[in-house]
Write a protein that binds this ligand. Sequence first.
Ligand code: ZN
Ligand code: ZN
Length: 354
Amino acid sequence: MSITSTALVLRGPREIVLEERPCDDPGPGEVIVAPQVVGICGSDLHLYREGRIGDSILERPLVLGHEAAARVAAVGAGVTELKEGDRVIVEPGLACDRCAWCRSGRYNLCPHVRFMGVPPTDGLMASRVRVPARWVHHLPDELSDAEGAMIEPLAVGLQAAHEAGVAPGQTVVVLGAGPIGLMILQAARIRGAGPLIAIDLADRPLEMARRLGADFTVNPREASPVDLVQEITGGTGADIVIEAVGAAATIRQAFDLVRRGGVITLVGIASEPTIPLSTNRIVRGGLQVRSSFRYAHQHPIALRLAAARRVDLLAPITHRFAAAQAPEGFQFVDQHKDTVIKGILTFADGREGG
Ligand SMILES: [Zn+2]
Ligand SMILES: [Zn+2]
């Protein structure tokens, strides 16, 4: 006998519905969580608009969502570290724990990972979800559920700053001031980098970037980012450029912004299957082109930084929708790209804070 869960299901591009689905009892080592606040991520929007994100294609109806603060609703056999009622967040990349990458600590690269909310694995936009206890973290009392939902994007930002090797005093350019770009910016600031420069095509995210620590911002529709970075760096270019858009134009621009010998770190997932680049430019410029994919071991750090108020997780949240209005919420976020920075869905009795 199982209870049902109200889930937000993507059936095809722009076809999203609330649906009652069965939710099984937790098995050994598993818990049932009741999500309270779930963030709407750029990847959710890719799936919503295009029915795909990178190589992951929507082939059957999918429950979206991978950024959740939740309550533990039931606990399976053998779970000792969690109990019913605990406030938690879910780390959505369910890695296998057995492969070479998992065993070496780089579980973000696990080839067997089931990433919640990305095809074919159902996600967290539901009233009850069964998850392995292994990937559930306690949410400290001082953090609201809305902040809890932002821990996952912060983990992405922390990983990106780590992979880029951001160090004190370095000039860092972040291409894209959406939720991920804003988290990268805060992570770079914590690491002591500066000046920090944010680039985006919309003004509202740029205002937010300034509020969260960007020393300079530039909208390419109004001024040349290359000229600005040249001016700031005395003509050498940025030490590090982190690309958080995933578009051919911004990936190419990264090469115009970085200094000789500098580091480019790609974070955005591009819609195009291939993007031509000049390899000679990489070799002759002594460039290091790196990437940052999701995160490994960043959630506990993100939780500590948030609890210590070293980052602002609430500022980027511009729109909140009740779960019952989730389909309209997705439509709104999709149609208001310039004004929505981060939208969140609130389930049941979520303690929002902020
Ligand atoms: Zn995300
Ligand atoms: Zn693995």
